[in-house]
Design a protein around this ligand. Structure first.
Ligand code: FE
Length: 231
């Protein structure tokens, strides 16, 4: 099997939120399709281990926010590389409550679609939820981010829980030239020695080799050893 063919499939980049009774979460998802037009129906693909999966099962509701190309990596990292079991991802994020009672993420969103679960299919590591659309609206202006744009222009990676994750690509580690830029193998954040990470006490001009081992990725929290040379 030539898996390169699978990499030619196009996706978007979305935030899926769910929950009820004050317990809410959201995550990045790329496998979302409109299945039918009338009535409007969506299919979304969610990893069974994700907190959002449990919340969709509990509430029977979910909301899809369509992200703009302008969404920064730190914002994507918050929803894509951190678990809602550990952090309140929606704290400090602009949102509103819609028809389903689920928070709708509005930051960097071009539009949103609210749905009620109408069925599900076991997809192995993932569940495919079918949702009847109950409300939808535009939320901002811009160009919707595609998964290819996220990877090629923004330098993003797939988390291990994504349907598109490739372990082989994440494992390759080349040798380091002096004062090289390093990239987080988990979220794609790039450490540039010229800039350092002043927000976390690393002065501009600090070589990656001289960054303390206790330092972690400012986007996803990965350990220093998870970084590899940016080629
Ligand atoms: Fe990271």
């Amino acid at each position: 099997m030539n898996r390169a063919a699978l990499h030619q499939i196009s996706y978007g980049v979305y935030i899926v939120t769910s929950g009820k009774d004050g317990k809410f979460n959201g995550q990045i998802a790329n496998s979302i399709v409109q299945v039918t037009s009338r009535p409007a129906t969506l299919a979304i693909c969610i990893n069974k281990e994700n907190y959002t999966h449990a919340l969709i099962r509990e509430s029977g509701k979910f909301v899809v926010s369509i992200l703009s190309e302008a969404a920064p990596m730190a914002f994507i990292g918050l929803f894509g590389f951190k678990s809602g079991r550990d952090v309140d991802k929606l704290k400090g994020v602009k949102s509103k409550t819609g028809a389903t009672g689920v928070p709708i993420v509005l930051d960097h969103a071009l539009g949103f679609i609210e749905a009620e679960v109408a069925g599900e299919l076991d997809g192995g590591t993932h569940t495919i939820f079918l949702g009847n659309v109950v409300e939808a609206d535009l939320a901002g202006e811009g160009t919707p981010m595609t998964y290819a744009y996220y990877q090629n222009v923004k330098g993003g990676k797939s988390p291990k829980s994504a349907p598109t994750y490739e372990a082989d690509a994440a494992a390759a580690k080349p040798k380091a030239p002096a004062a090289a830029r390093y990239v987080c193998s988990i979220c794609g954040y790039v450490y540039d020695p010229a800039e350092g990470d002043p927000d976390n006490g690393i002065a501009a001009g600090t070589r990656f080799e001289d960054v303390p081992d206790s330092w972690t990725c400012p986007v996803c929290g990965a350990e220093k050893k998870m970084f590899e040379v940016d080629r």
